[in-house]
Design a protein around this ligand. Structure first.
Ligand SMILES: Cc1cc2nc3c(=O)[nH]c(=O)nc-3n(C[C@H](O)[C@H](O)[C@H](O)COP(=O)(O)O)c2cc1C
Length: 437
């Protein structure tokens, strides 16, 4: 029997996420991203389709990163405005029972003491369904919104992230012992002070005395996801994360990325079964291959090439609206997101990534076009390359998810590649069910 794949819906509390320009499509409801009803409908749909989680990306600033200005981002609703993903996750708790709620939060945006408390609260309220996408925020705009002059240099951000998670682990894991909560009405003792500890963290950026303000939640530590793919990013993931979000361009390139990260995991004493590789893919489904390609071409009519270039420019910190989009990216000093270049070069070892090729890759690579059976065949190839699951990106919201769930999921279920029901327990237990612990 095949091992099942994990499926997350990849979304953002914003108008335009990955397929820039598609918000204008008549089937897209994404202009209504501030309407709770749209998200409740999506969450219920995902749960009917036995999706593992809704994964919410986030961005914290408006960079004038394309053509010397921020106008393209504003015109195209490109990650701006963006509403808070953690608050949205909280709003979906009571509408769902099993769906994981994975949201992004940057080390920039919140003091770890407060973040630990919020996550624990949400993990209590959702009965252990929270995952955290750990990000360090690329770009100067985010840094300037939090009192810095500019973005902290690339590798230094990961040093900061190490201390951030160290504080969190102390609060989540080391502050309250199991059994500290007694709730003993007869004795009049709610909790046992001898089993609650201060953490006394004194580091380079944080001083936190503790104890954790909130009693341990079902998962204590939320499921930890990390998407950085530079050398420092992968090293951080190998030390801390339980899942990494990769955007390899082909299954063959995914196998290279997986092998690289696995090697670092083993060097850190981690077991293969404790770590999940989640690949970003999107699907255009038709009852015939021809119909699927027709739909895909119709989607292309709405794709904004300017939007894609603006996205790549912002992430890399290089303005490809004014610089040469065909010049190899390695000739620039990148303080932004280095991982995209790495993914490109793992797929094309004989070529150098340029802004133009990255923008093209963002729209076309990982777009699986075909019948439900062909989509399932492709997923088998990705699985054989070592991936454990998929972050399903959408072209239209919620249409892409409706199609995937109505048409592809049943084929996957018949092949044992998608779960028919949820495993019991917390999100971590569901994700790792069936793997040796
Ligand atoms: C697939 C993918 C998704 C990401 N999602 C986010 C996000 O939602 N918010 C964010 O601030 N950064 C996001 N990032 C950026 C990473 O978290 C990280 O900060 C960035 O990749 C820089 O690290 P790197 O140079 O190690 O790749 C994402 C990166 C990748 C590859």
């Amino acid at each position: 029997m095949a091992k099942r794949l994990i499926f997350n819906a990849f979304a953002m509390n914003s108008v335009s996420h990955v397929y820039h320009g598609l918000w204008r499509h008549p089937d897209s409801r994404q202009v209504g991203f501030n309407e709770l009803g749209n998200w409740l409908d999506l969450a219920r749909l995902l749960e009917c389709g036995r999706f593992d989680a809704l994964f919410l990306a986030d961005v914290l600033g408006l960079d004038p990163a394309y053509k010397g200005s921020a106008d393209t981002y504003v015109h195209e609703g490109l990650h701006f405005p963006t509403s808070d993903p953690g608050m949205l996750a909280a709003a979906l708790v009571s509408a769902t029972e099993h769906l994981g709620l994975a949201f992004t939060s940057s080390i920039l945006q919140e003091h770890p003491f407060n973040f630990a408390r919020k996550v624990t609260t949400l993990d209590h309220l959702s009965r252990g369904r929270v995952a955290w996408n750990i990000v360090t925020s690329v770009g100067d705009a985010a840094a300037r919104n939090f009192g810095l002059d500019k973005a902290v240099p690339h590798d230094e951000r990961y040093v900061w992230a190490e201390e951030y998670v160290e504080v969190l682990y102390k609060l989540w894991e080391g502050s309250w012992e199991d059994g500290a909560v007694l709730a003993d009405r007869a004795a009049g003792i709610y909790a046992d002070p001898a089993r609650i500890h201060r953490i006394g963290h004194a580091g380079r950026r944080y001083r936190v005395r503790g104890p954790h303000q909130t009693s341990p939640s079902p998962q204590r530590t939320p499921v930890l996801i990390q998407a950085g793919s530079s050398r420092a990013g992968r090293a951080f993931a190998a030390r801390n994360a339980e899942a990494t979000f990769i955007v390899s361009l082909t299954p063959e390139a995914a196998a290279v990325a997986v092998a690289d990260i696995r090697q670092q995991l083993r060097a850190n004493g981690r077991r293969d079964d404790d770590f999940l590789f989640i690949q970003g893919l999107s699907f255009v489904v038709g009852s015939t291959e021809e119909e699927a390609w027709r739909k895909s071409r119709a989607i292309d009519e709405y794709v904004s090439t300017d939007g894609l270039a603006a996205h790549v420019s912002r992430d890399l910190g290089i303005d490809f609206g004014t610089l040469d989009p065909d010049r190899p990216i390695e000739e620039y000093q990148i303080e932004g997101l280095q991982g995209f270049v790495r993914f490109y070069e793992e797929a094309h070892p004989d070529r150098k990534a340029t802004a133009a090729t990255l923008a093209h890759a963002m729209s076309y690579n990982g777009r699986i076009i075909g019948t439900p059976e062909q989509s399932a065949d492709q997923l088998e190839r990705w699985q054989a390359a070592g991936i454990d699951g998929v972050n399903v990106a959408y072209q239209t919201m919620p249409g892409s998810f409706v199609e995937f769930i109505d048409q592809v999921i049943p084929v996957l279920q018949a092949r044992g590649l998608a779960q028919r029901d949820y495993a019991p327990g917390t999100l971590r237990e569901k994700l790792f069910a069936g793997r040796p612990s």
